[in-house]
Structures are given as structure tokens and as C-alpha cells.
Write a new protein. Structure first.
Length: 249
């Protein structure tokens, strides 16, 4: 989990531990509670994790929910074995529904980002997506996003570092906030903090690099612009991740 934002690390831990704790809480009621109702309770946990985390966290929560449903809530108890055909069907449905819901929740968060942007921001997102589909060069997408970030955030400059995480510069987070160390920075009041700002790029939950933003003194980027910047960086990260997986077979 090294290199991932704190929020992503916390939600990944919640994805692993949350379904386990809820399944344990249901153990005293498992003889009276129907398997379907128990599965629905675990789906709620998956939705909660996916709403705050990434697609990866949602998928992990769905897998964790299915595993602990089997272990604690189906006969024979405390064994990774299911004897009843109905219980097997419920466990499989729990996994499938959990995976689908987690992906939908992640997509809804992305749509919320797009909904608060104007036509110009939507054009940037669309053009970058179109380039990513049309080109075979991930580096071209990285360069395109770098140029978009300079214009969008009115930067003096911007560079991309592949796969490195040196130092602890101020960081532009996934929710558009800026952190200096462990402290939130009030961008609306004080503008950018001094020095370069880190904007991480990830693909499928994997850190692949970061943009180092060099802000123009006195500029105050809006939350909408910062959210679009995060979206553009993710598009570059997805292109790099795809290129890496393609090269690796």
C-alpha cells in the first residue's frame, strides 16, 4: 500500500476488516437470521467501503464479505465449506452483487466530479480520454496531461516523475484538497503552499508516477479545477498502467 493516499490505505484496511467485524457481530444471531438477510447486511458494508474508497477497495470488500459469510454464517460453521445448495447460491450472489455495487459506487463518485465542472473542463477530460484511446504511446498522454495541467491550474511549470516517491512535498489529494504533511491547507484562503505540489497518478489502484506542479504565486485554483486536475492525472495513470500490463503480456 506504499505510495497510495492515506484515504485509500484506510479504506483498503476497512475493506479487509469491516466485513469480518460485521460477520462476527452477526454470529450470535445466525440461527435466527436468514442467510439472505445476513448477505444483505454484508452488501451494505461493501457499499459503504466503495462509497469512500477506490474500485480496488470495493472489490476487496466484496471478496472479504463472501469469505466471512461462508466461514461464520453458513454450515458447517468456522470452516471454509458450504453444504447447502441455497447457501452456496447466496454466497456467490453476495460476491457478484458486491463487486457490481462497488464498481457502480466508484463510477458515481467520478460522475459527481464531472457534474461540478463547466463545459471547458469537460472538454479537457473528453480530449484526454480520446487521446488515450487513439494513441499507443502512454508518454504522449502523460505529456498532454502535463500541458493541460499547466493551463488549467495556471502553473509556471509541471514535470512528471515515473514511479518515484522522494521527499514529502505538499500533495493535491483525490478529493481536491491540498495537504502539507498531515495538515490540510486552506487553498481558498491562502492559495497554493510554497514549493512544488505533488499530484499522484495511479492506474487500477497502482501508483505509477506523479506530476510535480510549480504554482504561479498569487493564483488560487478553484475546487472544480483541482478535481479536474486529479481526473486528468488518473487518465495518465491509467494509460501508463495499461501500457505496462500490455508490455508485460
Amino acid at each position: 500500500m506504499t505510495g497510495q493516499p492515506l484515504r485509500d490505505r484506510l479504506t483498503l484496511v476497512a475493506a479487509l476488516v469491516g466485513p469480518l467485524l460485521v460477520a462476527l457481530a452477526l454470529v450470535p444471531f445466525r440461527t435466527d437470521l436468514s442467510r439472505t438477510n445476513a448477505a444483505l447486511v454484508l452488501v451494505v458494508v461493501v457499499v459503504a467501503v466503495a462509497s469512500f474508497g477506490s474500485r480496488v477497495a470495493g472489490a476487496v470488500a466484496a471478496l472479504s464479505a463472501a469469505v466471512w459469510f461462508d466461514f461464520f454464517l453458513t454450515r458447517p460453521y468456522q470452516r471454509f465449506t458450504i453444504n447447502g445448495g441455497d447457501d452456496i447460491e447466496t454466497a456467490v450472489l453476495l460476491l457478484i452483487v458486491g463487486l457490481i455495487v462497488s464498481q457502480l459506487a466508484a463510477r458515481v463518485r467520478r460522475l459527481e466530479v464531472i457534474a461540478v465542472t463547466d463545459a471547458g473542463h469537460l472538454t479537457r477530460i473528453h480530449d484526454t480520454a480520446e487521446l488515450a484511446q487513439a494513441t499507443t504511446s502512454a508518454d504522449a498522454v502523460v505529456a498532454h496531461v502535463r500541458d493541460e495541467l499547466v493551463e488549467l491550474l495556471q502553473l509556471r511549470g509541471c514535470r512528471f516523475e515515473y514511479g518515484t516517491l522522494l521527499g514529502r512535498p505538499p500533495r493535491l489529494e483525490q478529493d481536491g484538497s491540498v495537504c502539507v504533511g498531515r495538515r490540510r491547507w486552506d487553498v481558498a484562503r491562502g492559495g497554493w503552499p510554497e514549493g512544488e505540489i505533488e499530484l499522484r497518478a495511479s492506474g487500477q489502484g497502482h501508483y505509477v508516477g506523479r506530476y510535480m506542479l510549480d504554482p504561479t504565486p498569487g493564483t488560487v485554483p478553484t475546487l472544480q479545477a483541482r478535481l479536474v486536475a486529479v481526473t486528468l492525472a488518473d487518465q495518465a495513470g491509467a494509460a501508463l498502467d495499461m501500457a505496462g500490463r500490455t508490455a508485460g503480456g
